[in-house]
Write a protein that binds this ligand. Structure first.
Ligand code: COA
Length: 185
């Protein structure tokens, strides 16, 4: 992971961060969330965990996750267009997996467009698999969603792969990696 020379920090998303998040979102998502969605998520959804990735003094990425029983569901992940392809998406996704461990989840799920090769590649690199399809899920073009799931995140193989991915990441606020011992997390 080549992040040398970059000062990266992940922090919980705050109301004041929403304009920067929205400006990334408008540029990278075909159908951005409604303008008040982040306000609602931050103020009214106690299962929601949103974070921003800061590079020096700018927000360059963000992510969200809902904690629903034993499932951690990824609601969003985005990296500013000009910063994509440098490993920052991988950092944000690793942060989400750390959060899932911290929240005592057993599995992580998400939806992705079948045409989103970069995102699919990213999730597969963490060991996620396509386990379902939601017909016509995306209302802008009627595209199906692929539903991807992790294995049991405490399973030795999933955890070992994850620890290998994060071992060289030096990012403040990335989260505490899980205990490598089975079955403890
Ligand atoms: C998906 C997204 C978050 C990934 O972030 P990123 O910073 O560009 O990705 P990274 O640089 O961390 O790369 C992650 C992996 O994807 C690979 N990748 C990067 N660009 C790629 C491309 N154009 N095609 C295929 N794979 C690609 C990288 O090589 C890396 O894999 P590797 O570790 O095996 O080399 C980012 O592209 C984005 O914001 N996209 C728009 C929003 C979006 O689609 N979000 C996901 C919704 S489900």
């Amino acid at each position: 992971m080549i992040l040398i020379g970059q000062r990266l920090a992940i922090k919980p998303m705050e109301m004041a961060d929403i304009p920067a998040v929205r400006s990334i979102e408008l540029a990278v998502f075909p159908t951005p969330w409604p303008s008040n969605a982040y306000q609602r998520e931050l103020s009214g959804n106690r299962s929601a965990h949103y974070s921003c990735l800061w590079k020096d003094s700018e927000i360059v990425g963000y992510s969200g996750l809902w904690s629903v029983g034993e499932e951690a569901h990824v609601t969003t992940i985005g990296v500013r267009s000009s910063e994509q392809g440098q490993g920052l998406g991988k950092v944000m996704f690793a942060h989400l997996v750390n959060l899932a461990y911290e929240l005592q989840a057993n599995f992580i799920s998400l939806e992705v467009r079948p045409t989103n090769e970069t995102a699919i590649h990213l999730y597969e690199s963490f060991g996620f698999k396509v386990l379902g399809r939601r017909r016509g899920y995306y209302t802008d073009n009627g595209e199906d969603a692929m539903v991807m799931w992790s294995d049991l995140i405490h399973a030795p193989r999933f955890k070992a792969r994850f620890l290998q991915i994060v071992k060289d990441m030096e990012v403040e606020g990335l989260g505490e990696p899980p205990d490598p011992r089975w079955p403890r997390s």
